[in-house]
Design a protein around this ligand. Structure first.
Ligand SMILES: Cc1ncc(COP(=O)(O)O)c(C=O)c1O
Length: 352
């Protein structure tokens, strides 16, 4: 499949600046397992974004980041309160449960966002030996449904979580898209909003591979180094992950790429909204707000297979004809406009 798709931001290739950084790091010998100069420099850059206590643990992938983060935050009897739509619940093949040994306690979140009241559905029973102990809350920013928490919403969740003696984890596989949407620095929706431990995403924003567990409050974790190795997320040639993360974080590439992906998603949404207003897209409707780089919509059954074949995207909920269209750093205006034109043709009222 050579052409552009709307399937996922991880269908995209790597950003040329990231590849250049990888090539530049390919020089001579460097100390292994994170004792290299790129990983050292990454720690300084991470502090400029996330504050003086922040420490990054580069890992290979997002599932690994979540498993390392959550395992380090919990005792063996711990449980995590999260959304039913959370990636840790739906898309990690039980890795948090099997590899980390924790229990996930999920709640319904129509727009993907937890609230203090939703957390309370499961935040109880401490001291009861019959109940897995809810000690961590995990939220995704942006969410799996393309929505974005405001800094105040995160602060309210963090305050509530902490008042219960629990800790707050954020799955930031698309943190950059959320910050770009809100127009705020990364710290405003993490460190300054009360997040304790972050899974910071790189792959969806133009890395070949690589994410990082970023510990924002050292008291929220235990033994991250050991857990990372034990869960097979410790890279021996770590310089190649750190060099990519540096390329993303050192020169605002994270912001440029995420802003572009978001802008393409809003172009797509408004192009389709124009079709709807002109009566040119009967049966097309949106199911979520478009705040980051994802669009969720229902498409009439007669058109969805053809569109999927032509442009490439995933069904989200096939039973209700709901699909997901994702934009990435390399989506062009031409890609978006061709897709809008394709939708118009596929949905054109008969005789029009
Ligand atoms: C919200 C979220 N978290 C984490 C991940 C990272 O997963 P992976 O293990 O595929 O890198 C993804 C990727 O799909 C995601 O959407």
């Amino acid at each position: 499949m050579a052409h552009h798709t709307f399937a996922s931001d991880n269908y995209a290739g790597a950003h040329p600046e990231v590849l250049a950084a990888l090539a530049a790091a390919n020089t001579g010998h460097a100390r292994a397992y994170g004792a290299d100069q790129w990983t050292e420099q990454l720690q300084d850059v991470v502090k400029t974004h996330f504050g003086e206590w922040a420490h990054a643990y580069p890992v290979f992938n997002g599932t690994g980041a979540n498993v390392v983060a959550l395992t380090s935050m919990l005792p063996r009897w711990g449980a995590v309160v999260t959304s039913r739509f959370a990636h840790i619940n739906n898309d990690e093949n039980g890795a948090p449960e099997r590899v980390g040994g924790m229990k996930l306690l999920t709640v319904e979140t129509p727009d993907g966002k937890l609230t203090p009241a939703a957390i309370d559905e499961h935040a109880w029973g401490w001291g009861d030996q019959h109940r897995a102990q809810p000690l961590v809350v995990s939220i995704s920013q942006s969410t799996e449904l393309g929505t974005v928490y405001t800094p105040d919403e995160i602060r309210a969740i963090a305050d509530h979580t902490h008042s219960l003696g629990m800790r707050l984890h954020m799955d930031g596989a698309r943190l950059a898209n959320a910050a770009a949407h809100l127009g705020v620095p990364l710290a405003a929706i993490t460190t300054d909003a009360g997040v304790d431990v972050l899974s910071f995403g790189g792959t969806k924003n133009g890395l070949v591979f690589g994410e990082a567990v970023i510990v924002l409050d050292p008291e929220a974790v235990q033994g991250v180094d050991y857990v990372r190795k034990m869960t097979m997320q410790l890279a021996s040639k770590m310089r190649f992950i750190s060099a990519q993360l540096l390329a993303l974080l050192d020169d605002e590439l994270w912001l440029r790429s995420a802003s572009h992906a978001n802008a393409m998603a809003s172009r797509l949404r408004s192009g389709l909204e124009d079709l709807i207003s002109a009566g040119q897209a009967p049966g097309l409707a949106f199911t979520q707000e478009t705040q980051a780089n994802a669009i969720f919509a229902v498409v009439p059954a007669h058109a969805v297979d053809g569109l999927r074949e032509q442009f490439g995207f995933y069904d989200w909920n096939a039973a209700r004809g709901e699909v997901r269209w994702m934009c990435s750093f390399d989506t062009s205006e031409g890609d978006v406009d061709a897709f809008v034109a394709g939708v118009r043709t596929a949905l054109a009222p008969r005789g029009a």
